[in-house]
Design a protein around this ligand. Sequence first.
Ligand code: FAD
Length: 354
Amino acid sequence: MQILNSLVIGAGQAGLSASYHLQRRGIEHLLLDSDSGPGGAWQHRWDALTMRDVHGIAELPGSEPPARDGRRANEVVPAYFARYEAEHRLPVLRPVRVKSVRDDHGLLRVDAEDRSWWTRTLINATGTWSHPFVPHCPGMETFLGDQLHTVDYPGPDRFRGKRVLVVGGGASAVQFLGALAPITDTLWVTRREPSWRTDEFTPEIGRSAVALVEDRVSRGLPPASVVSVTGLILRDQEREAEWLGAYADRRPMFARIEPDGVRWADGSFEPVDVILWATGFRPAIGHLAPLRLRSPQGGIQLSDHGKGTTAVADPRVQLVGYGPSASTIGANRAGRIAARGVARRLADAPRLLD
Ligand code: FAD
């Protein structure tokens, strides 16, 4: 049985950064990824999302980021990741979907469908894309129109001429309304009053948003999305929708879904053809359940007051792209910190691990 010093699960921005830094430290490892090609979640994003539409892709360590132009993000970023993997000879194995990670006499046993690996340390970088979140709503199974989540969004054209209800108060909902309002009749529903940012987005604002999420993670609470605490902005692409009133027409959450629309608690009703759930994601960490990393508060507590990447409940495990590091810039930084955590663990506990 070959025992690895480290194993990374997930080859998105966070996993590639971690692998790069492990390699720089000379730590032999393997990088398992469930997708059939490079690109992490970016390869699955809708065709209409261009590099100009994304908020910005931080460069992977030691490389130049792709240009902010009109090319499709779901082609440009995967090509960038593919070049990066090849150039740095990162030890990626795909497609391999990890089913579970469990303790095995002091080692971590990583099981995929038909193979297993044993490792001394683990860096989990599985993102959120494969774990979309849709809140339960009474009557949702009776709806006769289309219901889809951000993961299934095919771009605006399929909805031309329809009445589309967008649910969610995040950046994706704002972008969807921007694209849909000029060609469909839109309705916007959010659970809370949207929080708009009218001043310029500065690095300080970004840092304080990250600090809020760090605080949650340091207390073992489920992490909030970094974007959810920075506030919403309207970009040039969304001005037409704003002018059409798409953002002003926002309503609070409805009470139930009926076959041809949605009804609020006060009895008012709106007919809709499509419900687009832009209701976000949750960390895709079900395979870590046997390690019992979750705190009683439901999140995974991370070291260094949430600034670190080491799971407090099991220091063999690092989490990157989780909570405060769930952005491309955060993922880069977390990859470096996690590789340092792995090196420290391997140095601190050689006897325990042999
Ligand atoms: P991912 O890119 O999701 O990669 C995770 C990898 O893990 C995937 O390759 C997947 O195949 C693999 N995986 C998952 N489960 C398993 C398993 N069980 N076994 C093996 N492999 C597994 N951030 C920004 O900084 N700027 C932006 O403009 C921006 N725009 C965004 C737009 C949208 C619509 C969304 C949803 C997010 C956006 N983000 C943005 C956030 C950003 O995409 C991520 O936070 C960032 O890319 C970090 O990715 P990651 O490596 O953590 O995860």
